[in-house]
Write a protein that binds this ligand. Structure first.
Ligand code: MLT
Length: 420
């Protein structure tokens, strides 16, 4: 190949080498690819009134209690006497204490504020956490799956190339109708397993018994479960676990990720947290145990300067009596959207699951999911997410998100009823 000339005209024989693992990825991230398709459609059809039920982005404004707390924090930042510069990388104690008390202690779960790491969201944390594991570690994921778990392991060089929609060296666990979209632990060893309940994209929830099987498996195998509970606040069915730490033994094998994005409308405000139990150990390069907590602390203090003070004051207000009531009301509103969408699909004869403890409705369209996505975009101007985008076992399904205004949801239902 022809190398470009170096400065001064001399022939250059080398170029900086890229991380070749990026070549294994799909050209664009799922939701970026969908946004591009929608943009192309709107450019060609400028009068189309698109209803977006694709990416799970909230539409309802922040709760008044959150706005009030953030406004007060902004005023503090505007006065010399109360101004704060860099905050603690792990997050302010006032927020970590509120989380430990309200999300865990009130449910009878012991999580210490020192085990909580506040961040700018669960996407970053679920994407970054894999850095702490050896490059040769094997990874198990359900299929379909939130693409961040897979793509970040591909980027890290932990997988082979993609063939027939699956990367080499990843253990895929089919989440299908037959297992109620909750896969059993694998029969083979995996060092790391990603789980997400309530599930994105299928909306399925895992029972205590099902999660216990996973925890028992991880303890037996010496594996680590990375548990994404970003949609926990949508659980309404009594008895469904809200946290992996409700399962005995989980503190020895699991890390949990949470987010204020869907819970309190923070997709644009950005705040989440990760719980890393103090006693959770993996094997260091010298064969001696190392604590994931110390490693994540080292990682965060090096690469992250914390979530803003104003945002953390807003997140703290989610736990105040007014904040909790206001955010619950918003989640109830989205759940009602979900019910309306699910029932409309069922009336049309589509098998639709999810949407009861989750904002996502997983709909069996019985064919090519990208073709169905295109049909709905063209004929109803409704944006959904094709199941195939979440993995091979998602083919034949589309995911419909309940995050939108009631007027838009009713309009989408009207158009879907006509188009289907
Ligand atoms: C989704 O639509 O799956 C989510 O909005 C993605 C995310 O939370 O990053």
């Amino acid at each position: 190949m022809q190398y470009p000339k170096a400065a001064g005209g001399a022939e250059r024989h080398k170029m900086t080498k890229a991380n070749d693992s990026y070549q294994k990825l799909e050209a664009s991230y799922l939701f970026a690819g969908i946004a591009r398709r929608v943009q192309e459609y709107t450019a060609a059809n400028p009068d189309a009134k698109i209803v977006r039920l694709g990416i799970g982005d909230v539409t309802e404004p922040l709760a008044p209690a959150v706005v009030k707390a953030m406004a007060a924090a902004v005023r503090e930042q505007g006065r010399r006497e109360t101004f704060r510069g860099y905050g603690p990388e792990q997050g302010y104690a006032f927020l970590r204490e509120a989380i430990a008390e309200n999300d865990y202690a009130k449910r009878g779960v012991k999580v210490s504020p020192s085990e909580i790491f506040v961040s700018d969201g669960a996407k970053c944390d679920t994407g970054n956490f894999q850095e702490l594991f050896d490059r040769r570690s094997t990874v198990a994921v359900p299929d379909p799956v939130y693409p961040v778990y897979v793509d970040t392991n591909v980027m890290a060089g932990r997988t082979g190339r993609q063939r027939n929609g699956r990367y080499g060296r990843i253990v895929y666990l089919d989440s299908v109708r037959e297992n109620g979209f909750v896969p059993e632990p694998p029969s083979v060893h995996a060092d790391i397993a990603y789980l997400c309940f309530p599930n994105n994209p299928t909306g399925a929830v895992a029972t205590r018994r099902q999660l216990k099987k996973w925890v028992d498996w991880a303890l037996r195998e010496g594996s680590v479960i990375l548990f994404d509970a970003a949609y926990e606040a949508f659980i309404r069915t009594p008895g469904v676990p809200h946290s992996i730490f409700e399962i005995p033994g989980a503190r020895k094998c699991a890390v949990e990720f949470r987010s204020f994005s869907k819970t309190a409308g923070f997709t644009g405000t950005r705040c989440g947290f990760t719980v890393v139990p103090e006693g959770l150990e993996i094997e260091g390069g010298d064969g001696r145990p190392v604590r994931l907590h110390s490693m994540w602390m080292r990682r965060q203090t090096t690469k992250f300067n914390g979530c803003s003070y104003v945002t953390q004051r807003g997140a703290e207000a989610v736990y105040s009596p007014e904040g909790a009531a206001q955010t619950k009301k918003t989640i109830d509103f989205y759940l009602e959207n979900a019910r309306l969408i699910r029932e409309a699909l069922l009336r049309k004869g589509y098998a639709a699951t999810g949407g009861t403890d989750s904002p996502y409705i997983w709909t069996d369209v019985g064919g090519d999911s990208w073709a169905f996505f295109d049909k709905l975009l063209r004929e109803a101007q409704v944006v959904t997410t094709p199941g195939a985008g979440f993995g091979r076992a998602g083919e034949g399904f589309i995911r419909i998100s309940a995050f939108n205004s009631r007027a838009n949801v009713l309009e989408a239902i009207r158009r879907l009823e006509k188009a289907l």
